[in-house]
Write a protein that binds this ligand. Structure first.
Ligand SMILES: C[S@@+](CC[C@H](N)C(=O)[O-])C[C@H]1O[C@@H](n2cnc3c(N)ncnc32)[C@H](O)[C@@H]1O
Ligand SMILES: CC(C)=CCC/C(C)=C/COP(=O)(O)OP(=O)(O)O
Ligand SMILES: [Mg+2]
Length: 293
């Protein structure tokens, strides 16, 4: 048969895993989310986050609570702490090159993806279950003129279209409590290059407390998520060729954020559960950075 008669091999077609009813609930949840605590903070500088903050409060920047500008300053301060959280995550990605591709698993409105590109000049591929979030993230990337480097798509992070070994690094920023950790880390293991870096910042229940406290149950119900234990993270990583390089307890670093947020007009009602569970030791805010070996 001459080469002109040969049927070209079909291009690989990406077949996403069937979406579960639970994933449908989560997509709807984020499609409808419009809390001022997230939008007003994002409006400060155009980086829209759905995660929490770390670091000490800059009381000098906040100034006098009686000042008419105080609420505006408080919003800017909460936002600064949320961006500081992303900076810490990026600090743990290792030596990223401009030509590298990074994967932001559960990317939300894309704030962390944009920050990663701004720091490293690299390509960032975000995935989220929410079409509204993906549209929002892609609109922001276009507004910033970085749409050729930062891209979000609607996709299940347990079954992504990325090639095996394609990602130099990948992360979950407060998005791993929506999935089975073995399934999640199996997919990160597949898409990461050997020697690549995986980072998560997450809230997890503390096995030293015994079982998930009532506050954990409250947080799960509030966000329709399923918080895992610290032990589950470490076990599921070990089972999927992800070897922890750093495990940092960020609980003391996140408490000031929550205590400040609890005094603001943007409270959502979940502040007490976070503060109480961090204080009684049942809940931990953790960063885990792991090598793909
Ligand atoms: C709390 S938000 C975090 C967003 C973002 N990482 C950030 O730091 O701003 C959780 C995100 O996880 C995403 N998510 C949850 N389950 C997912 C799944 N199975 N596949 C892809 N994204 C998922 C949601 O769509 C949402 O964007
Ligand atoms: C640490 C844990 C358990 C996180 C759960 C995932 C989650 C909902 C994160 C924050 O999202 P958000 O920024 O939309 O929430 P909020 O509206 O409370 O700021
Ligand atoms: Mg928020």
């Amino acid at each position: 048969m001459s080469s002109s008669n040969r049927v070209a091999p079909a291009a690989p077609v990406f077949v996403p895993a069937p979406t579960t009813p639970y994933q449908g609930d989560i997509a709807r949840y984020w499609d409808h989310e419009a809390r001022p605590v997230n939008l007003r903070l994002g409006d400060v500088d155009g980086l829209y986050h759905h995660h929490y903050g770390i670091g000490d409060i800059d009381h000098a920047a906040l100034g006098d609570p009686e000042d008419s500008e105080y609420e505006k300053k408080l919003i800017a301060e909460l936002h600064r702490l949320e961006s500081a959280q992303t900076e810490l995550l990026l600090d743990h990605l290792g030596a990223v090159q401009r030509e590298d591709t990074l994967v932001d698993a559960g990317c939300g409105r894309g704030g962390s993806s944009v920050m990663a590109h701004q720091r490293f000049g690299c390509h960032v591929e975000g995935v989220t279950l929410s079409a509204k979030q993906a549209d929002f993230a892609n609109r922001r990337a276009r507004e910033l003129g970085i749409e050729d480097h930062v891209h979000a798509r609607v996709c299940n992070m347990l079954s992504t279209p990325f090639e095996t070994g394609q990602a130099a690094a990948s992360w979950n920023n407060e998005s791993s409590m929506y999935v089975d950790l073995h399934d999640l880390f199996a997919e990160h293991c597949r898409i990461l290059a050997v020697g690549g870096r995986y980072v998560t910042i997450t809230g997890c229940w503390n096995p030293r407390y015994g079982q998930p406290s009532k506050w954990i149950s409250q947080i799960n119900a509030h966000f329709e998520c399923n918080i895992h234990s610290r032990r589950e993270y470490l076990r599921a990583m070990a089972d999927n060729r992800l070897v922890p390089q750093a495990v940092i307890d960020l609980t003391p670093a996140t408490l000031p954020y929550w205590e400040l947020r609890a005094t603001s007009s943007l409270v959502t009602g979940i502040e007490e559960a976070f503060i109480n569970s961090y204080k009684d030791g049942s809940f931990q805010y953790l960063l885990i950075a792991a090598d793909r070996v």
